[in-house]
Design a protein around this ligand. Structure first.
Ligand SMILES: [Zn+2]
Length: 423
């Protein structure tokens, strides 16, 4: 089996979450591993929500290859069938081609290669899990809570790193060492209802909320440079030959050619506040007495739920009620660790002379559950040298695909990492 055929087979299994139905992908992987004589098992957290775990070797040292098999809905407007899994002109096409079936396929193929070698000097664990795209309740979170011993490792590699970028003509690869936290919040405004023809008699909750939302949109969060981001910024500014202090980052971001990367850096240097949902009012001739909004808030280390509530209360008009609906602290694994050093050395060995930088993600992955359980976890995205950056935009978008060369680099990386740590 080649990694591209395994990936193509996984893409053809529709694991759109919801509902997930990852059991089909788990059964496919179980069969692949059975044929190769690698012991594996399926753990169903709920009917249809299959997690596949396999293990090669035994010993003190333990390394975990983590990936997820569910995908986000394909949506409309694709130029090809999102579940065709077609392999054409050195590219594999379909939903999950990058996020995250490529890593699952690469990890599976690395296990098949390593199974044919001398026994490993430790345990290599492979976990392809369910439900990452909807919060991990039926996947890694379930495994951490109920089957911790099956995924316990010294460290894990997972998705989550930004794909490589070219800065100042140099390829830069990232190793994700942390993720921002979330403090998704609900705002409520209350007023007094009356007939829409005599609005002066009432107190319009939609108008109140409009003021609150405008205030949030204009809010300038304090710039906060955490050590990991400082390191990354210094290196990026050095490569770009820019002479500014990290705290003055806003002055240069507007001139970055890569707008996505610039906005990513902006989000890493402050709390972000984005009011994304609003509803209120029921009838055109009634002044509404209630309006609700939901705000996506992402926090940095040193910022917690009290900080968020304090900031919102300072900003928002009197009478706006605030409640945090979904709260996750930021999660981190150390940069000063032998695992980070090993991942960096392995990336350089496989991807050639590249710069490696620690990276913090603005979003969340399953890595947070492992970190909260005390297992170091690093996000990686090894890609081939001539990887087309256009492909990045297809993650969670339309026309998702990956080049076979990058898929092979992922396999090489995982094999080299396991050999280096477990031999
Ligand atoms: Zn993913």
């Amino acid at each position: 089996m080649t990694p591209e055929t395994v990936l193509a087979d996984l893409i053809k299994i529709n694991t759109t979450n919801p509902p997930g139905n990852e059991i089909e992908a788990a059964l496919y992987l179980k069969n692949l591993f059975d044929v190769a004589g690698i012991p594996g098992e399926i753990i169903e957290s709920e009917p249809g929500r299959g997690n596949f775990i396999a293990r090669l070797g035994e010993g003190e040292r333990k390394l975990l290859f983590l990936s997820h098999t569910d995908v986000v809905p394909a949506g409309e407007g694709w130029d090809f069938d999102p579940f065709s899994g077609e392999i054409k002109n050195g590219t594999v096409y379909g939903r999950g081609a990058i996020d995250c079936k490529s890593l699952a396929a690469a990890g599976a193929c690395a296990m098949l290669i390593l199974a044919k070698e001398y026994p490993l000097g430790g345990a290599l664990i492979f976990a392809a899990t369910a439900d990452e795209e909807k919060g991990g309740k039926y996947g890694v979170r379930y495994l951490v809570d109920r089957h911790r011993e099956k995924i316990q490792a010294d460290f894990a590699v997972n998705e989550g790193a930004e794909e490589p970028v070219v800065l100042g003509g140099q390829p830069v690869h990232f190793i994700q060492t942390g993720e921002k936290g979330t403090a998704w919040s609900k705002l409520e405004a209350r007023g007094v209802s009356c007939h829409g023809s005599l609005p002066g008699l009432g107190d319009n909750a939609v108008v109140r909320m409009a003021g609150a939302v405008k205030t949030l949109a204009e809010y300038k969060p304090e710039i906060r440079i955490i050590p990991e981001v400082a390191l990354m910024l210094q290196e990026i500014l050095r490569i770009k030959k820019l002479n500014v202090k990290p705290e003055e980052i806003d002055a240069v971001l507007g001139n970055f050619e890569d707008k996505t990367f610039a906005e990513y850096l902006r989000a890493l240097t402050r709390m972000t506040v984005s009011p994304n949902v609003i509803y209120g009012g029921e009838k055109v001739n009634v002044v509404p007495d209630y309006c609700q909004a939901e705000v996506d808030i992402r926090i940095l280390p040193g910022q917690d739920d009290n900080y968020v509530l304090g900031e919102l209360q300072k900003l928002l008009p009197d009478g706006t009620m605030v409640e945090i609906l979904n709260y996750h602290v930021p999660s981190f694994s150390p940069v000063n660790s032998p695992y980070y050093t090993l991942i960096e050395a392995t990336l350089k060995k496989v991807a050639g002379e590249v710069t490696c930088l620690p990276q913090i993600s603005t979003g969340a992955t399953d890595s947070r559950f492992l970190r909260e359980a005390g297992i170091s976890c690093y996000g990686i995205a090894p890609m081939a040298k001539d990887f087309d950056p256009q492909i990045k935009a297809t993650i969670h978008g339309k026309n998702e695909r990956i080049d076979v060369a990058s898929l092979q680099v992922k396999v090489e990386f995982l094999v080299a990492l396991a050999r280096a740590y477990l031999s």
